[in-house]
Design a protein around this ligand. Sequence first.
Ligand code: UGA
Length: 430
Amino acid sequence: MKLAIVGAGYVGLTSAAVFSDLGHTVYAVMRNRAKMNKLQQGDLPIYEPGLEEVVRRNGAVGRLIPTLDYSEAVSESEVVFLCVGTPSLPSGEADLSQIDTAVAEVAKHLQSYTVIVNKSTVPIGTAERVRKIVKEINPSAQFDMASCPEFLREGTALKDTLEPDRVVIGTNSRRAQELLLAVHEKLPGERVLTDIKSAEMIKYASNAFLATKISFINEIANVCEQVGADIKDVAYGMGLDKRIGKYFLDAGLGWGGSCFPKDVRALHNIALTNDYDFKLLKAVIDVNNDQRYRAVTKVRQAVGGNLDGQEIAVLVLAFKPDTDDIRDSPAIQIIHLLLKEGARVRVYDPVAMENSRQKLSGVVFAPDATSALEGAMVVLLATEWGEFKDLDWQSLKQVVAAPRLINGRNMLDPIKMRTLGWHYVGVGRP
Ligand code: UGA
C-alpha cells in the first residue's frame, strides 16, 4: 500500500521506517528542507537506536521517500497519518496548530478515497475538528477519519513499533477499518477496534495511568526513606502480582519527556473543560514536581546545607536513557534549581549535549564523564543510562573533590558503592 506520514519526529519517522520495512511505500512529509535533504542521505534529525539503519535500508530501495511535497504524497496515498507535534499551551491545553496546518495541506491534495488518521496524541474530538477543516477546504473530498494512537517509547521506539502490545484502530467507517487492518497486517498485537473518541481516550488514559503508577511508586519510595525500607524490594514484591505488573515501578526523579507531562496536563484540562475535576491527576502532577525538589535537597544536604559556590557534576541530561531528547527533562530542571542556589555545575551526556546547549547557560559542558566529575563535591547521576554503570567508580574517587553520589534512578548497587568508599544516596533505599 502507499501511505503518507506527515511529521518526522520520533513517532512519524519511526512509523515511516517500520511501515516501509513491512513493505509499504511511505512518503515521509516534512516541512524543513535542510532536515529533509539530510534524511534523504540517511541522516536522522533525531537520535533513536537502530532507526538510522532501517531508514537507510528503505530509503535506498525507494520505499521510504522523504518529501516536502504534500501534493504527490497525499494524492498517491490511501492512508495519511498525522504525526505532528501537539505540545502544551501555557493553560495545559494541547496546541493543535501543527495539526491544523498539516490538515489544511492534506485537504487540498485529496483526490481519491483516503483515510486520514490521527497518530499524534490529540484531545478527544480532534478527529471531528479535522473532518470539518477538510470539508471546508475540499467539500468534494472522499475521506474517512480514524484514530490510531501510538504507544512507542523514545529509546526503544523501533522495538515498540515492531512488537506492539496492541494496535488501536478507532473509526466509525467499516471501509477505513478494513484499510487500517491491512496497513497493520504484519504487526503482532491484539487489535482493538473501537470508535474514534474511545481510541483518542485510550492514548491519554494509558499515559496518565503510567504517570500515575510512577508518581505512586515515587511516593512509596519517599516513605521508604522515612521508615528505612528498600523501594527496590518493595517494587519487586508488588510487581509480581499480575494485577499490578512489574513495569513502570522504578522510582526516580519523576517522569519527564515530551509525552507524560503534556498528556497528563492535557487530560486534566480536558476533564475540566467537560465539567469534571480529575483530582487524582492533579496530585500525580504535584508529586512529580516535588520529586525534583527532593533531589535538590539531597544534593544540598550532601554538601552540608549550602549550595553556594559548590561544584556539582550532573551526568545525563536527557529525560531518559538512549535518547537525545531533553524536553521536560528532570535533570535540566534540577540543574536550573542548583544554579539558582549558586552551585557551579559541570555536565555530561552521551548524546544530548547539542540539544542542551540552548537550554542551559552557566554550566560547563564536559567532553566526557570523567572530566565532568573533576573537582565535584557531589555527583548527580540523573537516569539509568547503562554506560555509567560501568564507569570505574573506584578510580573516579581520585577525580572528584569528595566521593558523594546521588543516584536518581537507583542504577548502582548502594552496598558496592559504599564499599568503594562513596557516600551514596539513592531514591527510596536505606
Ligand atoms: C511514553 C509512553 O511510555 C509511551 O507508551 C507513549 O507512546 C509515549 O510516552 C508517547 O506518548 O509518545 P516516553 O515518554 O518515550 O514514552 O518514555 P517512557 O519510557 O514512558 O518514560 C517517561 C518518563 O517516565 C521518563 O522520564 C522515565 O525516566 C520515567 N519513568 C519510566 C520512571 O521514572 N519510572 C519508570 O518505571 C518508568
